[in-house]
Design a protein around this ligand. Structure first.
Ligand code: KG4
Ligand code: ZN
Length: 342
């Protein structure tokens, strides 16, 4: 069994092939960062148009690298949501057309299921059930993953996502877009502990989080002008790391989950990885991260999620093209999602 994965939910076009026995066979990624940088954020219409330009050339490269032709594949998986509707529709339409042409099933994949299964692209003994800390540009969630398609939301950010907080803080510090990696690089040069920012909602019980107040604290620090940007960046990263580590520790306690998965773009952050690793070790729980390149959006995680779904007997009926801008992970199950723009 061998699945092609197509990711086009936001500003990255990702294509990959994953084989049930051999694992990841080939993958290609085109990032639109340069296209959107001048606007300071993703412009949805430009994103859709660029996906259209990139998908087929990337697909040819992936097939060539794998030494395969379409009919060698067992299914075509695509990101059906959540994400930018226009961007999702480009990937969904191409995936559906390829599947029809090759006479194989198409599989609608939830973007966040892709993220949380990404550690399974590596050789390890990760298996359900596990706790997931999902930290991306759009989501910050603690999820109890009981089985494929069975995800219970334990807590989430009530305002900005962690990645969004990184991006907005980077903007305040004049670091450009996307800010996460740039802010983290700057923080490496700042003195630790020189400035202390609040740890939002750590004093309250429960597993929800909040990051918008932290952004305000950064703005205040910038206006005061008492600290170097690198010190502020370091203080911000420390506050986010402490908050995420402590909430994750509580979620492990509450859920009793025997393993921890950390996924999404912010999982590439080094101090966060180190903090979570130390906490998990202290609690005797194994922790699994995707390799940094597969923390951010990519086609490999979509191909893998598609493969797991195919193995579990899932496929989309008829010629459905599924795309949902909003799609709560807890609604997932193993069935096809249908189409809804809301
Ligand atoms: O998962 P992802 O690629 O896209 C979404 O589905 O949202 O996550 C992108 C987010 C951006 O906010 C980016 O700034 C952040 O992940 N990010 C990082 C790092 N690398 C990416 N944040 C902090 N440190 C990093 N090294
Ligand atoms: Zn993502």
């Amino acid at each position: 069994m061998r699945v092609l994965g197509i990711e086009t939910s936001c500003d990255e076009t990702g294509i990959a092939i994953v084989d049930a026995e051999a694992g990841l066979i080939a993958h290609r990624l085109h990032s639109q960062v340069d296209l959107h940088a001048v606007y300071g954020g993703v412009v949805p219409e430009l994103a859709s148009r660029d996906h259209i330009r990139r998908i087929l050339p990337l697909l040819r490269e992936v097939l060539d690298e794998a030494g395969m032709r379409g009919p060698d594949l067992s299914a075509v998986a695509y990101t059906a949501g959540p994400g930018l509707l226009g961007a999702l529709l480009t990937g969904a339409s191409v995936a559906r057309a390829l599947a029809y042409g090759w006479g194989v099933p198409a599989l609608a994949v939830h973007h966040l299921e892709g993220h949380l299964l990404a550690p399974l692209l590596e050789e390890n003994d990760l298996a359900f059930p596990f706790l997931v800390l999902l930290v991306s540009g759009g989501h910050t969630q603690l999820i109890h993953a009981r089985a494929l398609g069975e995800y219970e939301l334990l807590g989430e950010s009530i305002d900005d996502a962690a990645g969004e907080a990184f991006d907005k803080t980077a903007k305040l510090l004049g670091l450009g877009y996307p800010g996460g990696p740039a802010l983290s690089r700057l923080a490496e040069t700042g003195e630790g502990g020189a400035l202390r920012l609040p740890r939002p909602m750590l004093d309250r019980p429960g597993l929800d989080m909040s990051f918008s107040g932290l952004k305000t604290a950064v703005l205040t620090a910038v206006r005061k002008g008492c600290h170097e940007p690198a010190v502020i960046a370091r203080a911000f990263e420390e506050a986010v790391t402490d908050t995420l580590v402590e909430k994750t520790r509580r979620a492990l306690e509450v859920s009793g989950a025997p393993a921890l998965v950390v996924a999404g773009g912010v999982a590439a952050n080094r101090p966060l990885r180190a903090g979570l690793r130390a906490m998990a070790e202290a609690n005797g729980v194994p922790v699994f991260f995707p390799r940094p390149a597969f923390c951010t959006d990519n086609g490999a995680m979509i191909a893998l999620a598609g493969l797991r779904r195919l193995q579990a007997g899932a496929s989309e009926p008829g010629l459905t093209i599924s795309a949902r801008a909003r799609w709560p992970l807890a609604e997932l199950g193993l069935a096809a999602p249908g189409t809804a723009a809301a």
